[in-house]
Design a protein around this ligand. Structure first.
Ligand code: 4F9
Length: 248
């Protein structure tokens, strides 16, 4: 899978994705990240990519032409028109389900804005979809694009090794991850939970499931509405709830 990132700061994007698992996946050619400098597509002799907003107001707006020309060049080289995703707080909230869905694409274009935004006509002409990574404003779309690339890449077959497998993780059943422990057995008087030392696989699985349910209930109860729960899970949750009611 190839990501084509349209940005004013190509080094920021490349530098942030060349380490660890995503760096390895690029070395192994399982994924590719290309960062294209929108400034290379300006026809202005001063290489301007932004201008004052019509109607007045603070800040600058990225012009449509360099963005559209940049996208046309990507399409010409690929011989097709890949989906374009514009990173904006006004977009649909990114989540694991969207990451999985995007991982099916062969090519994906990510548009990173700066300043006060992008001329609306560029978004219209490119038929962009919009994604937000959360309700906050950043200085540009590069970090959100990197977040999306990371989350999508790890859903691409071959990016994670067996050890790193995506199966038993947070959000798989729409539940939070259970707590993890490693050596030593006692650290600053804190013991590893006994069941994890027992070697009893079925008990360990049961304990982990219950911890996941407990955590999700306490920290992210909103997730439970869409969680994959069986009868035992529902029963366990109801015992947590009644314990809570008893203790006030
Ligand atoms: C994009 C914030 C996506 C959150 C882009 C400034 C952004 C953002 N999610 N903030 N430019």
């Amino acid at each position: 899978m190839k990501f084509h990132v349209m940005t004013l700061f190509p080094d920021m994007v490349l530098d942030g994705l060349n380490t660890s698992i995503i760096g390895r996946a690029q070395n192994e050619k399982i994924i590719e990240v290309e960062a294209i400098d929108i400034r290379d597509y300006t026809r202005d002799k001063h290489r301007h990519v932004d201008d004052y907003p019509y109607g007045g107001g603070a800040g600058m707006v990225m012009q449509a032409a360099p963005i559209c020309d940049c996208y046309d060049d990507i399409c010409r080289k690929l011989g097709k028109k890949p989906r374009v995703i514009y990173m904006t707080p006004q977009g649909k909230l990114f989540n694991q389900e969207i990451a999985k869905e995007l991982a099916k694409e062969d090519d994906l274009v990510l548009l990173c804005g700066h300043y006060e935004g992008v001329d609306e006509r560029a978004l219209e002409l490119l038929g962009t979809e919009s994604l937000s990574i959360g309700d906050y404003v950043l200085t540009g779309g590069e970090l959100p694009a990197m977040v999306v690339i990371d989350a999508v890449s790890r859903m691409v077959h071959g990016v994670l090794t067996n050890d790193e497998s995506a199966d038993f993780e947070s959000f798989e059943d729409n539940l939070l991850e259970y707590p993890q422990y490693t050596r030593p057995e006692v650290y600053k008087d804190l013991r590893v939970p006994e069941v994890l030392m027992s070697g009893h696989h079925a008990n360990i699985m049961k304990w982990r499931r219950e911890k996941s349910l407990e955590r999700t209930y306490e920290r992210r109860p909103d997730l439970l509405a869409d969680a994959n729960l069986d009868k035992k899970d529902i029963k366990y949750l109801s015992t947590i709830k009644s314990l809570e009611e008893q203790n006030g």
